[in-house]
Design a protein around this ligand. Structure first.
Ligand SMILES: Nc1ncnc2c1ncn2[C@@H]1O[C@H](COP(=O)(O)OP(=O)(O)OP(=O)(O)O)[C@@H](O)[C@H]1O
Length: 599
């Protein structure tokens, strides 16, 4: 319940709508509640006229009918105005909650995503937000109406008979108590069901995103079976959950029916004994009918509320995760940062790091990268090359030691300012759906047509872009599926070119390309590296033969640092890999593969 209060207060700007809906609901209820009084009045008038205790006349009855019409019309209008406000509230609350959730996800550290599936994150968002907005709408429309109805019915009942009122007073809390008793158990099942939906949803998104892999391994059936299993489990949990809920509901309503039996009995007997007039009887019966509605719809309220409680708990579980140390959405005043532009531009000082507490991936790394230098990392696959770069980008903080960029510690720099200094070309050219232009503008949203063309030209991409059906405006599909590997890479090189950062990280992708495509991408990369400091994660010995220095890593430690010519002579990893590449033996290829040098 606390979490629902948190949700409502996090959307405080909707207060006028909340109030409008409450007022609307109260007016609607008032018009509904006045109707029985008028009908009772009309009934009594007719009875009095037919029994001769009043002069027969049409006009009083016409007036009563006209007032009834007025009430009904008012009811229709106000109901619809309230409905309109309810729609507004629910869509705005959806917008606010979704914004906050996405905003939060963009601020969460990389570590959070290491153990979460994208599909799970999405299905959790949809479920929690739908349940919360549904509840708020039901609550705003229903709660105050119910309270008002209950109060009016109790007063009118007490006016006629204290026993009647007493019976009714017992009903409401008993019903709420019985419902709450079953609710806790219901929620446990609901959480379990949601876990199944989340796992299935997570896998679903992963499979759809990598359908080529699934098709090539012909695992469609297995994937579908796993998916179905989660839904089958959820269905069987629902059976138990729903059977329990409805059995309890029968018990609750049964108890209620007994009480109403008593209420009706009192009314009938009292009227027969002449203690209530016919008009009073008609009034009371109608009011009891109205009073019954909130009690029976209470199950629905509680049901919606339960979903909202579970949903909002899940929502806040994400919202309460710790952010990245520096909010990457904060517009950092890059100009205000005092960079120390002396050599080295990047420095690792005794840096150690492990993703898990008990295993170091990097151990005591000391390395200075000089301005304008090209430096390549060579090491066994899983040896920590990407991790070195992850730390540089501030995606993870070193366990110990310091990394500086332009003289400033990475962990102390605003994330935005740090990442604006570093351009990255990822191994799997990570493009987005949309046009070629959209993807290039990702590097610099303000780039003009000329700048786009120039970057594309230098990245060796202009020719093929111009041959695309709509040139720069060609849609490239999800993650760029409509382009070849080499084309995607060249666009991602052009994108990095437009970002124009002084430091470059190249996670070499050329190993996945054929020789021609590799040459084209390599030419683009050469252009990109001009005038920048480049850190290259090497997957090809040929492409790193021209770097300034090579760093070899063994077991998370630096083994050797030197120029390609120097290292070719030392009999270290690099020299051995060169020799293996020349020999072309099967054993040699295996080792090269281990070093990620060949596929
Ligand atoms: N997000 C992560 N969570 C836990 N462990 C990780 C994570 N990323 C990498 N590792 C582990 O850290 C080690 C170093 O990984 P890293 O990606 O830095 O290697 P690499 O040298 O870049 O490998 P490759 O050349 O194959 O890309 C590996 O043992 C890997 O299993």
């Amino acid at each position: 319940m606390k979490s629902i209060v948190r949700i409502v207060s996090s959307a405080r700007q909707l207060t006028p709508l909340y109030i409008g809906i409450i007022i609307g609901a109260v007016v609607t209820t008032a018009t509904t509640l006045l109707t029985p009084f008028l009908i009772a009045q009309a009934t009594q008038t007719v009875v009095d006229m037919t029994t001769g205790s009043r002069e027969p006349a049409i006009m009083p009855l016409v007036w009563l009918a006209v007032i009834l019409l007025g009430l009904m019309l008012a009811n229709s209008v106000v109901t619809n105005i309230t409905g309109y406000m309810g729609d507004q509230m629910s869509s705005r609350i959806r917008a606010i909650l979704s914004h906050n959730y996405f905003h939060k996800l963009l601020r969460l550290p990389q570590r959070y995503y290491d153990s979460e599936l994208t599909g799970t994150i999405i299905s959790r968002l949809n479920r929690s937000i739908t349940s919360i907005s549904d509840f708020l709408q039901v609550f705003a429309n229903g709660f105050f109406t119910t309270m008002l109805t209950v109060v009016v019915v109790l007063f009118v009942a007490a006016w006629h008979s204290p026993w009647l009122a007493l019976l009714l007073i017992v009903i409401y809390p008993t019903f709420v108590y019985l419902t709450a008793l079953t609710s806790r158990k219901w929620q446990v099942w609901e959480r379990k069901k949601n876990q199944h939906y989340d796992i299935a949803g997570g896998r679903f998104a992963e499979v759809v995103g990598q359908l080529r892999v699934v098709k090539s391994f012909t695992t469609e059936r297995t994937e579908l079976d796993h998916f179905d299993q989660h839904y089958t489990d959820a269905v069987s949990l629902t059976k138990t959950q729903s059977r329990f809920w409805h059995a309890m509901d029968v018990a609750r309503r049964g108890a209620l029916d007994v009480v109403f039996f008593g209420v009706y009995l009192i009314i009938f007997v009292a009227t027969a004994q002449g203690r209530f007039s016919i008009g009073s009887m008609v009034l009371l019966i109608q009011l009891i009918q109205i009073a019954k509605a909130p009690v029976t719809s209470m199950s629905y309220y509680v049901d919606t509320m339960q979903r909202a409680v579970t949903g909002s708990n899940e929502y806040f579980q994400v919202m309460d995760e710790a952010d990245e140390p520096h909010n990457p959405l904060e517009a950092a005043d890059v100009k205000a940062i005092e960079w120390v532009d002396r050599d080295p531009i990047v420095s690792y000082q005794d840096v150690s790091f492990g993703y898990d507490e008990d295993r170091l991936v990097l151990d005591g790394i000391d390395l200075d990268v000089h301005r304008g230098e090209r430096i390549a990392f060579v090491g066994e696959s899983g040896g920590g090359k990407t991790t070195l770069v992850n730390l540089l980008l501030g995606l993870y903080a070193p366990t110990s030691g310091t990394i500086t960029v332009r003289g400033r510690s990475v962990t102390e720099l605003p994330t935005r300012a740090l990442r604006q200094q570093i351009g990255v070309v990822f191994q799997d050219a990570t493009l987005f759906s949309g046009t070629v232009r959209d993807n290039l503008l990702y590097g610099d949203p303000n780039a003009d047509e000329e700048a786009l063309r120039e970057a594309a030209r230098r990245a060796n991409a202009l020719d093929f872009i111009e041959r695309l059906p709509d040139g720069f405006d060609t849609e490239i599909g999800e993650r760029g599926v409509k382009l070849s590997g080499g084309q995607k890479q060249r666009i991602s090189v052009a994108r990095a070119m437009l970002k124009d950062a002084p430091i470059l990280v190249l996670d070499e992708a050329t190993s996945a390309l054929d020789t021609k495509a590799e040459r084209q991408v390599q030419a683009g990369l050469e252009e990109l590296m001009v005038g920048r400091t480049s850190l290259i994660i090497a997957h090809r010995l040929s492409t790193i033969s021209a770097v300034d220095r090579i760093v070899t890593l063994i077991n998370g430690r630096i083994d050797e640092v030197g120029s390609p010519a120097e290292l070719a002579q030392t009999n270290g990893i690099y020299a051995q890999l060169l020799a293996l590449q020349a020999s072309d033996s099967a054993a040699g290829r295996k080792i090269l593969r281990r070093f990620g040098i060949i596929q």
